[in-house]
Design a protein around this ligand. Structure first.
Ligand code: URA
Length: 212
């Protein structure tokens, strides 16, 4: 039996505080966007905690020594359009050498299946660890479809990173892709009848881009 994917909920006080500010319906677009950047930066720190290190010799102004540097696979960030864009800059601010791809999905109104309408990835993505970004893991349908599209392109080392996850989304993503670990800042209570996460923070895309 395949190993069940893990869920990491980051309970750092700064992350919790900032997500609470994001939830507040009175938080304006500018501040919401800044908070999304800051939360993503802090999450990048946690998501990269297991990066392998190797020894490197460095000469300090005082003497030579052997120190640690990040080694192993390079990283790529792949936001799911459009709300995933709100997590890119924060992550890039501490992993600036990561490459960035984009994936766009819409739900076919007849089949209700996710359809890919845009996908542009770094050429060497298959040799990278891909951090797939979407602030809200709601039903898990888009996230699971995005992972499938990445796997079809030979990408098999995938981490899914969101700000708020619903239990339904976690279950569905792990049902389809038990190999993908999920990283989030909060696990909320569930989905309402409109498939919004509750208590949630509303529509992340609208709140990021001020479209509502
Ligand atoms: N997408 C959002 O932006 N918010 C939700 O609550 C669910 C999906």
């Amino acid at each position: 039996m395949a190993e069940q994917g893990k869920v990491f909920v980051f309970d750092h006080p700064l992350i919790q505080h900032k997500v609470t500010r994001m939830r507040d319906v009175n938080t304006p677009t500018k501040e919401f966007r800044e908070l999304a950047n800051e939360v993503s930066l802090l999450m990048a720190y946690e998501v990269t905690r297991d990066l392998p290190l190797s020894d490197v010799e460095v000469e300090t102004p005082v003497q030579k020594g052997v120190f640690k540097e990040v080694s192993g696979k390079k990283l790529a960030l792949v936001p799911i359009l459009r709300a995933g864009l709100g997590m890119v800059d924060g992550m890039l601010s501490i992993i600036p050498s990561a490459k960035v791809g984009h994936i766009g999905l819409y739900r076919d109104p007849e089949t209700v299946e996710p359809v890919e309408y845009y996908c542009k990835l770094p050429e060497d993505s298959a040799s990278r660890t891909v951090i797939l970004l979407d602030p809200m893991l709601a039903t898990g349908g888009s996230a699971a479809a995005a992972v499938s599209f990445l796997k079809e392109r030979g990408i098999n080392d995938i981490k899914f990173c969101c700000i708020i996850a619903a239990p339904e989304g976690i279950q569905e993503l792990h049902r389809q892709h038990p190999d993908v670990n999920i990283y989030c800042a909060a696990e909320d209570e569930g989905l309402n009848e409109h498939f919004y996460i509750y208590p949630g923070l509303g529509d992340a895309g609208d709140r990021l881009f001020g479209t509502k």
